[in-house]
Design a protein around this ligand. Structure first.
Ligand SMILES: [Zn+2]
Length: 212
């Protein structure tokens, strides 16, 4: 996909998320890795609701800002994800309400904070590890992502929100939506109790539908 098409798709999908309440105000950021290894990323203080394709920040393959508006201060965590996941070509970072609520809960399992409630969660995400709280843009976030990203396409930042990768922009957004919906289900079910897929059922899915 050429750069113009990537820029247009990023703007359209961001707007759709804004309209559906996944991102309000200036929260969250999105990036895409182009075929030549360079990156497109949302600018600092931009909103998913009114991005402009021509103003998106462009970074070279090393992550240096080369054109467009100034990039988000959270750029390092995107780069950490990309350098550990060669198949990842897009990343969505949200402050979406259900996942952010989950990220604020006490005693989260740092290795996997969302149980295998549905097959689609297992097929798209699998497990959701948690990075302890650091201020947005802090180098320690990307250092922690470096440790986790080889094995995980999605990571939850404590008291902050999720970082979600995909092979394409479409896939990254689908993964982010699946993850937000799973967090929502989990929090709705918590007071009532729930069943999960068992280990054998999870393994069968992982064998049949290997994740990227
Ligand atoms: Zn953030």
């Amino acid at each position: 996909m050429n750069e113009g098409a990537v820029r247009a798709e990023l703007v359209d999908r961001a707007y759709s998320m804004f309209e559906r309440g996944y991102s309000s105000g200036g929260a969250g950021n999105i990036s895409a890795r182009l075929e030549d290894g360079s990156f497109i990323i949302t600018p600092t203080n931009s909103s998913f609701g009114d991005l402009e394709a021509d103003s998106l920040s462009k970074l070279d393959a090393k992550g240096n800002w080369v054109s467009g508006d100034k990039p988000t201060k959270e750029v390092a965590m995107h780069l950490a994800m990309y350098r550990n996941r060669p198949t990842c070509h897009a990343i969505v970072h949200l402050h979406s309400p259900w996942l952010t609520a989950l990220s604020c809960m006490p005693n989260l399992d740092r290795e996997n904070c969302l149980p295998p409630l549905t097959p689609y969660y297992v097929m798209k995400i699998g497990r959701l590890p948690v990075v302890e709280y650091f201020p947005p843009g802090d180098d320690r976030i990307s250092q922690e992502i470096d440790k986790l990203a080889k094995k995980h396409n999605s990571i939850l930042l404590a008291n902050h929100g999720p970082v979600v990768g995909g092979e394409t922009l479409r896939q990254a957004f689908f993964n982010a939506e699946e993850l937000e919906d799973t967090a929502r289900l989990y929090l709705i079910l918590l007071p009532h109790g729930f069943t999960t897929l068992n280990e054998v059922q999870v393994q069968e899915l992982e064998k049949r539908y290997p994740r990227m």
